[in-house]
Design a protein around this ligand. Structure first.
Ligand SMILES: Nc1ncnc2c1ncn2[C@@H]1O[C@H](COP(=O)(O)OP(=O)(O)OP(=O)(O)O)[C@@H](O)[C@H]1O
Length: 253
């Protein structure tokens, strides 16, 4: 049997993700209960909510890093029981391997998929150029700025052609200008990928800029620790009442 190629690794559809009555927590601490959410293939779904509302916890469950206490997380109808290269994570903290160069970090998901050396090098170089880092292939992560390291993370997560990209405050540590540049870059690269994106942020304006749909995790009176979910439709139409939508999200927080 021949080794898989980049072509074979490329997917032509985003992942459909379903949270079916999912309850999540740590030890005796319940974080969320009976969460129901359908994320459509190719959708950019942004989760906002106050600190501690469980945004990262939901993302971990979708990534297969945290098992639900009740209910199921389904990817394409199949229960998620662990991590998969189909679902790539991008973290706020720098999750690059510090001893590997930019090129070798970006190549990693392709190597894991068994893509032959020459092909994975070409794909990694093309992604590095795509995120504006051509010429930095041989640098180590510590030789890069925070914004550049996030670009490498983005390139690495997309190089493996995942069907879903799960992003946990990826731009949270960046200054305002670098952050705005990364948001533009993300919108640009997402146009060319069919991957489903689940993006966690504190920032309502970032949510409105990136999202097809925004989910607000918020605490409601009488629900104690248990958060509820509110979906705000956000069609990409020029006449959308952004101010009204923003006010509504802030009201729910
Ligand atoms: N590994 C863990 N062990 C125990 N409790 C945890 C763990 N991770 C998170 N928690 C708790 O679960 C709750 C939800 O945390 P989570 O990180 O999902 O919230 P968040 O909305 O992402 O917060 P933030 O915006 O501050 O990152 C919090 O009360 C937190 O203290």
């Amino acid at each position: 049997m021949s080794a898989p190629t980049v072509e074979a690794a490329r997917v032509d559809a985003g992942l459909a993700i379903r949270l079916e009555g999912v309850s999540l927590g740590y030890g005796r601490h319940a974080v969320l209960e009976d969460l129901r959410l359908d994320i459509a293939p190719g959708e950019v779904l942004v989760i906002v909510g106050p600190s501690g509302s469980g945004k990262s916890t939901v993302l971990r469950a979708i990534a297969g890093l945290l098992a639900p206490r009740a209910g199921r997380v389904l990817a394409e109808g199949v229960e998620v029981t662990g991590p998969s290269s189909d679902r790539a994570m991008v973290f706020q903290d720098d999750a690059l391997l510090p001893w590997r160069t930019v090129l070798r970090n970006v190549e990693l998901p392709l190597r894991i998929r068994g893509v032959p050396r020459r092909e994975r090098r070409a794909a990694a170089e093309s992604w590095i150029a795509r995120v504006g880092l051509a010429g930095c292939e041989d640098r180590l992560p510590r030789e890069l700025s925070g914004g550049m390291r996030q670009r490498v993370q983005l390139a690495r997560s997309l190089a493996g052609a995942p069907r879903a990209v799960l992003m946990d405050e990826p731009f949270g540590a960046l200054d305002a200008q670098t952050r705005a540049g990364m948001q533009r870059l993300l919108l640009d690269v997402l146009r060319d990928t069919l991957a489903t994106v689940v993006f966690v942020t504190h920032d309502v304006d970032e949510a409105l800029l990136l999202a097809d749909r925004v989910v607000v995790l918020g605490r409601r009176e009488g629900h104690g620790d248990i958060a509820t979910v509110l979906s705000v439709p956000h069609p990409r139409t020029p006449d959308i009442d952004r101010a009204g939508l923003r006010a509504r999200i802030i009201e729910e927080l």
